[in-house]
Design a protein around this ligand. Structure first.
Ligand code: D5M
Ligand code: FE
Ligand code: ZN
Length: 537
């Protein structure tokens, strides 16, 4: 029976008439064979007992095969059930820094769980308590996951089809608003006509007299639109990115060679958007950029976070969404190897999995990859391959593509790692998008209804038949990471959250003055979309 999922373990125990302590579930989920362990735990449970405790599970695990497994496994591969009973105080990365051999870098295993219980007690709660939530009320659906759907071969035709799809789908949000014509038929209309067009931005340049020329492209060709420097729309020109979809309305010049812009429309989120909310008090922790394997990975902060999740204060946190950069990766940036704590990419994921095990077993986890992860760099990025899924199997996490939309108890969360934010911040004026207010940069992606409009700069695009990067449905929450800054706010009622990181400042970041927000976990109330931030650094 594939029983590695904690939710499944909880359900299975419930169906056999048992409740379980959260740590007990974590321990079962982390066992080599969770199905068999669960059977043995139930067999060994006292007849009159209703709650499977951590002690029950430990006594089962300490029995038969634990010794052999512990002897065989390297520290990084060791599961909490194999760990010695006394909590390791140091996470080992401090104690034994060993860049040559990632396996030498033990990670904290059961110690933190024990510490978690202690933290629970310190927080005034019982040593172990039951999550108030009823697992049967949970729901989690994924949409727009392109894992396994990639059709692109990188040929020219693929680029044509992905842009055609973008224009088609974003254009449909604009066509109802203007009386549009194809580019080629605008040219043949009489001078002075009122005209409109829907297209992708092909080029933006200033003219010698300080006006702006915007070339729009549709399936028939391109047409130039002029924004005069004294028009109110001139302020919007500095927000434009190449390849985004726009509608223009204006007046044709006498020779019909150019149109003067009167109005400009973005696909945008309707101001009337009403987000959905959960119908009970339940929370999701939104994080990203863990960067396990980097010398700067903040294991102490992570341990505190994992401990906190075991406390009563976190009892409503039933979902954990991770928006990419699980590990530091190798060869991502020049000279990155000088700051690696674990040099082997698979060892990095093994270590990440150990850190994941510290999180309570009954949380539902969703993960997408980022630019440091071992999947293709070009977006959309498919979810991790089988080998990596196997390594990261501790929690039966849902592993999906970057981007993907996950709907949690009715609340849709668009998860995107966020590489295009670098582009938005570089191209837009500082007052519209900056590293200090990353959520404001996110607003522009919502306005453009595309997570990575501009192709060719920081953001690499893998041409597919369909443009998976279009924001077709308005999400209730937009969750990104990548820029390592924490920021959140609402844009037309959509909650935008950029979730910080778990990596202290790197040499590169120091050189360019990026001061990361490391060790924070924004927690979203799914019933109200309110945000609270927990600090662990
Ligand atoms: O990137 C974290 C942030 O730092 C993101 O804004 C890019 C930037 N960054 C980090 N390292 C580099 C290098 N070497 N070159 C350019 N930009 C960089 P992340 O990819 O999540 O580590
Ligand atoms: Fe990152
Ligand atoms: Zn990143």
């Amino acid at each position: 029976m594939p029983l590695e999922g904690s939710a499944r373990i909880v359900r299975e125990l419930t169906s056999r008439g048992y409740n379980a302590e959260r740590e007990a579930v974590t321990l079962i989920a982390a066992a080599d064979d969770p199905g068999r362990t669960l059977d043995r735990v139930v067999d060994a449970a006292p007849e009159d007992g209703l709650v499977v405790t951590t002690d029950h599970v430990r006594s089962v695990l300490d029995g038969a095969d634990a010794g052999a497994a512990a002897a065989a496994a390297s520290p990084a591969e060791r599961s909490p059930s194999d760990a010695p009973a006394d909590p390791p105080v140091s996470t080992g990365t401090d104690a034994t820094p060993s860049p040559e051999n990632g396996n030498e870098s033990p990670v904290e295993t059961r110690g933190s769980s024990t510490a978690g219980a202690a933290a629970a007690a310190a927080a005034g709660g019982p040593e172990s308590f039951e999550r108030s939530g009823d697992p049967s009320r949970r729901s989690l659906e994924i949409a727009n996951d392109m894992t396994g759907e990639s059709t692109g071969t990188g040929e020219y035709e693929d680029f044509v089809s992905v842009f055609r799809d973008r224009l088609e789908r974003l254009g449909s949000k604009l066509r109802g608003r203007v009386n549009h014509r194809p580019a080629t038929s605008i040219e043949s209309m009489p001078g002075g006509s009122e005209v409109a067009m829907v297209g992708l931005v092909n080029d933006v340049r200033s003219t010698a007299s300080g006006h702006w020329l915007i070339e729009l492209e549709d399936a028939t060709g391109t047409f130039p639109w002029l924004v005069m420097k004294d028009r109110e729309y001139v302020d919007l020109v500095d927000e434009l990115l190449c390849d985004e979809a726009l509608a223009m309305e204006g007046t044709l010049s006498d020779d019909s060679g150019i149109a003067f812009v009167d109005s400009m429309y973005f696909p945008d989120v309707p101001r009337t958007h009403e987000p959905s909310t959960a119908d009970r008090h339940v929370q999701a922790a939104l994080i990203s950029d863990v960067h396990v394997g980097s010398e700067e990975f903040m294991h102490d902060a992570w341990n505190r976070f994992a401990d906190w999740l075991h406390t009563e204060q976190a009892q409503h946190v039933e979902y954990l969404l991770i928006a990419g950069d699980m590990v530091e990766g190798v060869g991502v940036y020049p000279n990155q190897d000088e700051e690696l704590d674990i040099v082997d990419i698979y060892d990095q994921y093994r270590a990440f999995n150990e850190y994941l095990k510290q999180v309570p077993g009954d949380l539902e986890i969703v993960m997408i990859p980022g630019n440091h992860d071992a999947v293709r760099l070009a977006e959309p990025q498919p979810g991790f391959d089988e080998e990596l899924r196997e390594i990261m199997s501790a929690h039966d996490a849902r592993i999906v593509s970057n981007p993907s939309t996950v709907t949690v108890e009715g609340v849709s969360v668009l998860m995107y790692h966020g590489v295009s934010l670098d582009e938005v911040i570089a191209e837009l004026p500082a007052e519209k998008a900056s590293y200090d207010e990353p959520h404001e940069a996110m607003y522009h992606l919502l306005k453009k209804r595309h997570v990575a409009p501009q192709f060719g700069g920081h953001t690499r695009l893998a041409p597919e038949e369909k443009d998976y990067l279009v924001i077709d449905e308005v999400p209730d929450v937009f969750h990104t990471g990548h820029v390592h800054k924490l920021g959140f706010g609402k844009y037309h009622n959509v909650l935008a959250i950029n979730s910080g990181c778990w990596q202290a400042q790197t040499d590169f970041q120091r050189s360019v003055n990026i001061d990361p927000d490391a060790g924070y976990a924004p927690i979203v109330d799914l019933d109200t979309l309110d945000v609270t931030v927990q600090k662990f650094s």
